[in-house]
Design a protein around this ligand. Structure first.
Ligand code: HEM
Ligand code: HEM
Length: 161
């Protein structure tokens, strides 16, 4: 088990945060293009459509990269390793992030490039699930800070190499 996250793990965490935020902020153009395609018409190109496609694909690559790093380097033990329930919850949320984000990218790609309507429906359900995970994850930060007093943020800022 690692003592700290590595520099690469930390940089990738924050890059993915920014990319995911941009997927939610700039979703309108691709959603409108998708609706146009479904109504049987041609959509007109917009750079934000490209941003969603490229951003979502980069997220997929970075998440797989992070999984490889977890395999090679591991992740530090939960800060309150003695608190069984909290450790389990954090493992579930972190694991669910990988599953949901990878499925989100794959379903988007299948919808856009494969014209799979079911994939777009999955994409639309997962966007809510992912938001719920993010809310839980972000709310954990003040909980750790004020209740558990373990200064968790340091773990995603200071690195081991
Ligand atoms: C983790 C990565 C991704 C996230 C967080 C994400 C997020 C979103 C969100 C929030 C919407 C708006 C849905 C709505 O309210 O109408 C959307 C729509 C869409 N995204 Fe993504 N997306 C991701 C990756 C991708 C990728 C890689 C593609 C493929 C090129 C893609 C293709 C689409 C399409 C076609 C729509 C329109 C679907 C519809 O409106 O039913 N997405 N995405
Ligand atoms: C799109 C939003 C986010 C996603 C998908 C995400 C995902 C993750 C994942 C998967 C981990 C586990 C470590 C790893 O595998 O690299 C993690 C850890 C962490 N994240 Fe995030 N994160 C997000 C946003 C944030 C934000 C906004 C904050 C701070 C306010 C934050 C703070 C942390 C901290 C402090 C850890 C370390 C927790 C620990 O060591 O147990 N994350 N995040």
């Amino acid at each position: 088990m690692a003592d700290m996250y590595t520099k690469q793990q930390i940089i990738l965490h924050w890059i993915v945060v920014v990319l995911i935020a941009s997927q939610y902020l700039f979703k309108h153009e691709i959603a409108a293009a998708w609706a146009t395609i479904r109504s049987g018409e041609d959509f007109s190109f917009h750079p934000l459509i490209l941003l969603h496609v490229v951003g979502g694909s980069l997220i997929l690559i970075f998440m797989i990269w992070r999984l490889v790093l977890r395999g090679l380097h591991g992740v530090p033990a939960a800060p309150n390793n003695d608190q069984f329930l909290l450790t389990i919850i954090s493992r579930i949320v972190h694991g669910a992030f990988y599953v949901v984000i990878i499925l989100m990218s794959l379903s988007g790609l299948a919808a856009w490039f494969g014209d799979v309507i079911f994939a777009a429906q999955v994409h639309n359900v997962l966007k809510v699930v992912l938001l719920a995970l993010i809310a839980l994850h972000v709310l954990a930060v003040p909980f750790h800070h004020f209740v558990l007093k373990d200064r968790i943020m340091k773990r995603m800022v200071f690195h081991s190499d």
